[in-house]
Design a protein around this ligand. Structure first.
Ligand SMILES: *Cc1c(COP(=O)(O)O)cnc(C)c1O
Length: 217
């Protein structure tokens, strides 16, 4: 399955984040030996434990909601945080990155789904931040793009519309605030059930779990 998806993604230059949450290190290692290097986790404790046990050239992406008091545990090694859902969190990531003398790549998460359960920033607060004096002090975070999760529904047209909204948000931010940044280029959208649709709508990073690792219990 990994090879098949990797082939598919190569044609569109899309990055595969293999979502390994709840899966044992042995299974991750298997996929590592097949060549996969980018893995995604949604819980800090689980991520820290796995990072300690697995090869150091794995790029660990944090994809789930992150509490500010836990940023310090992943700041030394995390390769990208997809789930920046508040300015307060971004501030803390910057602070912890600075302590570790590094720059952490991050994505701004927007709520594109109808469901209330999903986290995300409002465009207005992002614009306010980008235009504020404080923003110039954020030297230890590198904003590389946006992330979103579509509604959990079988209605493909609704999902497509939500992906379009995220693409539109990306374009707006790119044109108005990041036109000089070479790094602001990622649209993280698409999971096992909707990644092909996401790619059609411009995704550059898909986060695929169950399709690769089998269903989670
Ligand atoms: C679990 C998870 C995924 C992967 O979901 P699958 O349906 O198993 O592919 C992607 N993104 C986030 C944020 C997740 O929590």
């Amino acid at each position: 399955m990994l090879q098949q998806i990797t082939e598919e993604l190569k044609q569109t230059n899309t990055t595969l984040v293999a979502v390994s949450k709840t899966k044992p290190v042995a299974q991750i290692l298997e996929m590592y030996h097949l060549g996969q290097r980018v893995f995604g986790e949604n819980r800090v404790q689980e991520l820290v434990e796995k990072e300690g046990q697995l090869p150091k050239d794995i790029e660990w992406h944090l994809i789930g909601h992150l509490q500010t008091n836990k940023v310090k545990y992943i700041a030394p090694f995390v390769a990208m945080i997809h789930s920046i859902d508040s300015i307060k969190l971004l501030r803390e990531v910057n602070k912890q990155a600075k302590k570790n003398e590094r720059v952490i790549p991050v994505l701004l998460q927007f709520k594109i789904a109808e469901e209330d359960t999903k986290y995300g920033l409002e465009m207005s607060e992002v614009i306010e931040l980008l235009e504020s004096d404080e923003f110039s002090t954020f030297q230890n975070v590198n904003i590389c793009g946006v992330m979103g999760m579509a509604t959990f529904t079988s209605d493909k047209e609704q999902v497509r519309e939500e992906f379009r909204i995220l693409h539109h948000i990306f374009t707006q931010l790119k044109n108005q605030h990041f036109d000089t940044s070479d790094d602001f280029k990622e649209i993280s959208m698409g999971m096992s059930g909707d990644y092909q649709l996401a790619i059609e709508e411009g995704s550059t990073m898909v986060r695929i779990g169950s399709l690769l690792f089998g269903v989670r219990y």
